[in-house]
Design a protein around this ligand. Structure first.
Ligand code: G3P
Length: 214
């Protein structure tokens, strides 16, 4: 499973990139606003750091404007794909953009049916939101697994990005479901590294090594 980071913070991106595990980056308007910048400016900066796909969200709400904005975002750097929010206009825009070789990441996916439509329209990526479904008392991970099945069973080239990841268990579920990609917040990536038994083991090895030197 490829690992993307879900942030627009450059320090976090640099740090995870230095671990040697980073395959790409996703941003969204909320993450960009948190950094006090704009999407075009920030994705340009990210592209200078990371060698991999970067999602930049278009804010237009009708197909024609989505296509125009999508072309502008994609022109910033070859690594950039255009994030569109699932709706009829986004399907229409996806058809056009994908036929021009511009990758679309259809976001705000909450059902396998939405993913199926996005894949048929030519989306390169679909982003099912796991945590936000959990938030309303549904099983986000079940929806994620069904989405992967639909995309794989029908041989779409579309890749499933597990999004709205809230903890390490979501990452494990995404990997178990066979997701192509998980886009993971910085804090969750850090949690994935740690295990109390690892810390305990390191302490013991160091203590035994110190004793053996005496
Ligand atoms: O990038 C979209 C997604 O990952 C958002 O996550 O935690 O705001 O639901 P969250």
């Amino acid at each position: 499973m490829k690992i993307f980071i879900d942030t627009a913070n450059l320090d976090m991106i640099r740090e995870i990139n230095s671990w040697g595990v980073l395959d790409g980056v996703t941003t969204n308007p909320s993450l960009i606003a948190k950094e006090g910048t704009t999407t075009p400016a920030r994705v340009r900066e990210i592209a200078a750091i990371v060698d991999g796909p970067i999602s930049a969200e278009a804010m237009s709400m009708d197909a024609e404007s989505m296509i125009r904005e999508g072309r502008e975002l994609a022109a910033i750097h070859p690594s950039i794909n255009v994030k569109l929010p699932m709706c009829v206009d986004a399907l229409k825009a996806t058809k056009v953009l994908s036929s021009e070789g511009i990758d679309v990441n259809m976001t705000l996916i909450f059902s396998p049916n939405q993913a199926l439509l996005a894949a048929k329209a030519g989306a390169r990526y679909v982003s099912p939101f796991v945590g936000r479904l959990d938030d309303i008392g549904s099983y986000g991970c079940d929806m994620l697994a069904q989405t992967v099945d639909v995309v794989r069973d029908y041989g779409f080239e579309t890749e499933v990005i597990a999004a709205s990841i809230r903890g390490p268990v979501h990452v494990m579920e995404a990997a178990a479901a066979g997701c192509h990609i998980a886009t993971i917040p910085y804090d969750v990536l850090k949690q994935m590294v740690s295990h109390p038994k690892t810390d305990e083991g390191i302490k013991k090895f160091i203590a035994d090594y110190e004793k053996s030197k005496r």
